[in-house]
Design a protein around this ligand. Structure first.
Ligand code: PFF
Length: 493
């Protein structure tokens, strides 16, 4: 096998930080607080913790054991479980690859806003600034227009940063994550402390956390909790499999998974304090309710937060801190997805690391250009939905069924326990065989059902086909083709 260039993490800490860095990303800071508020505040937290324990952590432990015990990137280790299924590993990383193509563009927005913060360039109307000046948003998904030059420049910078961060694989990542994990945490703490001292902050926090227990009876809440747990833990994209494959034999698995899962949840929870204290303050100075200033997604970071910054002492400094936080939160999620692809390609085809890094980076950059055009936000929205919901659930379902039912899970459990400080009981086997597949399948069916009824986000069906179904089909077909090469490589071993 092409393991001539195989490198390991510098130490256990480097692995833990890298995996935390992948898990903690844009999803923790906006998506979690917003969803938490939407589905009953404190009650959602309970559902989230339950989903984390019964499905998220078991799946994370499964991915770690695939990478570390069975050995290799997603295609290799899934191929070792069953050669016929090597394609599934490829599908996972191809889907992850599509995610990086737009994740990097959101980072380019943030990089642009980092510069805009210095002069508070958005002025009194951050909404118009974002949609018109920055994105130049057209009025339809097919009105594509030309790329926005500042976004394109930002994208080049972001890709250079990603490629340099994984230059020598786990060796380089081991160093980079000390900064990209601790720095955003430090900034987050500053923003939380600063936020809580603002007038009106506690109204925002009350809004975020007041529990509405009856919400626990709403199936949608459970759907949201499982979705958030899967996406946030970076499972289902081959990332955690590849990262665990850089662990030396005999490494701990269970304890690491608990540390990573809990750090991810804690970051999301604390992130909510930064977001909602600021929203509470903004609601107070505008004389409106918190609900009226509540926004999720791009609006929160690129419209609402800039509007709040306008009213803060040291506004430009807060802006710089906020966008540096976003960039450093996102970078290690972005490069983890790329590293999963690079590791997969190198193992199957024996390619050289530097060339593979650069080739994957350039390809992803070229695809990313579409999102820098004036219809970019629409395309990004559709691709994001299909990849991070649909494809993720499909992979999680197949992965758990494959290992749970075609593999000796009991033996794998014993192997995991041999090297882990905390031992896992039979509940893990039950979760992998029943709970994870069931949860993923229900989510998949609900997503498909919803999309049969109506196109996502009211976009035309053709756009949905181009940005949703075709990339998924492409990931499967290309996955099957590449899976054949992986199977051949494994045969020769
Ligand atoms: N977990 C990241 C977040 O919550 O933002 C996103 C992500 C990164 C998803 C890496 C998947 C992945 F493989």
């Amino acid at each position: 096998m092409a393991f001539g260039e195989k490198v390991y993490w510098d130490n256990r800490m480097a692995f833990v930080l890298a995996a935390i860095g992948s898990a903690i990303g844009l999803g923790n800071i906006w998506r979690f607080p917003y969803i938490c508020y939407k589905y009953g505040g404190g009650a959602f937290l309970v559902a989230y913790i339950i989903a984390l324990i019964i499905a998220g952590l078991p799946l994370l432990i499964l991915e770690f054991s695939l990478g570390q015990k069975i050995g290799g990137s997603a295609p290799t280790s899934i191929g070792k479980v069953s050669k016929k299924f090597a394609w599934l590993g490829w599908m996972a990383i191809i889907v992850g690859f599509f995610i990086t193509t737009y994740y990097a563009v959101i980072m380019s927005w943030a990089a642009n806003y980092l510069v805009h913060s210095l002069s508070l360039a958005w002025g009194d109307d951050p909404r118009t600034f974002f949609y018109t000046n920055v994105l130049g948003l057209s009025d339809g998904i097919f009105k594509i227009g030309s790329p926005r030059i500042p976004l394109l420049i930002g994208l080049v910078v972001v890709w250079a940063w990603i490629i340099l961060s994984i230059w020598k694989g786990a060796k380089t990542v081991s160093k980079v994550v000390y900064v990209t994990v601790t720095l955003p945490w430090l900034i987050l703490l500053i923003l939380v402390i600063g936020g809580l001292t603002l007038p009106g902050a506690f109204k925002g926090i009350a809004y975020y956390l007041t529990p509405n227990w009856s919400a626990l009876l709403n199936p949608e809440l459970w759907q949201a909790a499982f979705t958030q747990v899967f996406f946030s833990l970076s499972v289902g994209f081959g990332v955690m499999i590849a990262y665990a494959s850089f662990l030396p034999p005999k490494s701990d698995i269970v304890n690491n998974a608990f540390i990573i899962g809990l750090s991810d949840a804690a970051t999301a929870f604390v992130g909510g304090f930064a977001v909602f204290s600021a929203l509470g303050y903004y609601a107070q100075i505008q004389g409106v309710s918190v609900a009226e200033v509540m926004k999720s997604g791009p609006e929160l970071a690129f419209v609402t937060y800039p509007a709040i910054i306008n009213h803060l002492p040291l506004g430009p400094l807060v802006g710089v801190l906020f966008f540096v936080m976003l960039l450093t939160l996102a970078i290690d999620s972005a490069f983890s997805l790329v590293e999963a692809v690079v590791a997969g390609v190198m193992e199957t085809f024996g390619t050289n690391r530097t060339k593979t890094n650069i080739a994957v980076g350039i390809l992803a950059f070229l695809i990313g250009i579409i999102y820098t055009t004036t219809a970019g936000l629409y395309w990004l929205d559709v691709v994001d939905y299909y990849m991070s919901y649909f494809a993720l659930f499909a992979v999680a379902f197949l992965e758990a069924v494959l290992v749970g039912w075609l593999f000796d899970t009991e033996k794998l459990r014993r192997q995991i326990n041999e090297t882990s400080l905390v031992h896992i009981g039979r509940w893990w086997v039950i979760s992998v065989r029943i709970i994870v597949p069931l949860a993923a399948l229900v989510l998949l069916v609900l997503t498909i059902g919803g999309r049969i009824k109506s196109a996502y986000g009211g976009y035309p069906r053709t756009a949905e086909l181009i940005a949703g179904w075709i990339p998924i089909l492409f990931a499967i077909v290309l996955g099957v083709l590449l899976g054949k090469s992986t199977a051949k490589m494994l045969q020769k071993e």
